[in-house]
Design a protein around this ligand. Structure first.
Ligand SMILES: NC(=O)c1ccc[n+]([C@@H]2O[C@H](COP(=O)([O-])OP(=O)(O)OC[C@H]3O[C@@H](n4cnc5c(N)ncnc54)[C@H](OP(=O)(O)O)[C@@H]3O)[C@@H](O)[C@H]2O)c1
Length: 274
């Protein structure tokens, strides 16, 4: 059985659907089973990374684990190994290698090191920016047809979380991926201006992009993110490293299916903006 953590998230939710559709025995971890957002009939177990002991029931019978980075990896992996988990696919970040000194890079690299130290068979997924980050525009779209972002012309190869899930599914269910660290991206760099146009096309509205300064963006983000994460996120968006701007072919290499474009992601997720 495969335990999927982050099962209400962009990647874990899609992974749960893909594994279930493929007939794999799968269980979803959540902190609160009563909340909506998990498929009806799914095997659901409660637990919290912050209190690793609470994961024992969820891990019972699991041989594989899809693990989100939380900062609690050492304790979580101790429980997982005790329960008999032998294979772990970790949702890390490209920042683990492109920005090892940054807050986000360090947190993900430390998670990777904890997985390595646990002795399980591991695969690391190192995605760059998720296409789903643009769902943060929902409140702007509820108020009108203008989307304001900084860095209008900085293009990044945003990745479809469904493609990250497809790589995770492959690494969890097939042999040959142990000890691999996969950088993951979409097929082409897209700017915020292009993303706004693609979302408009997907939801049938004529949207307009307006550029704002990073300070104004930081003030808006501070409402739902801690200040150090806001600063690190704006660094990613405004000053990407060359590696972060280059598409990589890993999704197709691992799954046999080309990575989907941002426009495709927007079509797949149009309802999320309505
Ligand atoms: N966004 C990006 O551009 C980006 C880029 C590179 C890497 N990443 C990585 O991807 C992750 C985000 O993935 P995502 O978007 O799929 O997920 P997400 O939407 O950020 O996370 C939501 C999920 O995390 C679970 N969760 C949160 N805290 C938990 C805890 N203490 N114990 C157990 N479960 C907990 C939630 O479970 P409940 O059901 O309990 O709510 C929910 O299923 C980031 O954290 C980062 O590590 C993101």
């Amino acid at each position: 059985m495969i335990l999927v953590t982050g099962a209400r998230g962009n990647v874990g939710g899609e992974l749960l659907r893909q594994l279930s559709a493929g007939g794999h025995a799968v269980r979803a971890l959540t902190r609160d089973a009563a909340r909506a957002g998990l498929p009806a009939g799914a095997d659901v177990a409660e637990g919290d990374f912050g209190t690793a002991g609470s994961l024992a029931a969820a891990l019972a019978g699991a041989d594989s684990l899809f693990l989100m980075t939380s900062g609690h990896e050492t304790a979580v992996l101790r429980e997982a190994v005790r329960a008999g988990v032998r294979r772990v696919v970790l949702l890390s970040s490209m920042a683990a290698t492109t920005r090892p000194q940054s807050l986000i890079g360090r947190m993900h690299r430390e998670a990777e090191l904890a997985v390595e130290a646990s002795g399980v068979e591991w695969t690391f997924l190192r995605p760059g920016q998720f296409a789903s980050n643009t769902l943060a525009w929902r409140s702007q779209l509820a108020a009108g047809d203008v989307v304001r972002t900084p860095f209008a012309d900085v293009a990044l190869p945003a990745v479809h979380p469904g493609d990250i899930a497809a790589v995770a599914r492959t690494a969890l269910t097939r042999n040959g991926h142990a000890g691999q660290a996969y950088p993951l991206s979409g097929p082409e760099p897209v700017t915020p201006v292009e993303q706004v146009a693609a979302v408009g096309e997907a939801i049938g509205r004529k949207l307009r992009h307006e550029e704002i300064g990073p300070e104004q963006a930081a003030a808006a983000m501070a409402a739902h993110m801690p200040a150090p994460i806001v600063a690190a996120s704006l660094e990613f968006l405004g000053s990407p490293t060359p590696e972060e701007t280059r598409p990589v072919p890993t999704v197709e290499k691992v799954t046999g299916t080309p990575a989907r474009t941002f426009a495709q992601w927007a079509r797949d997720n149009a309802d999320g903006f309505r």
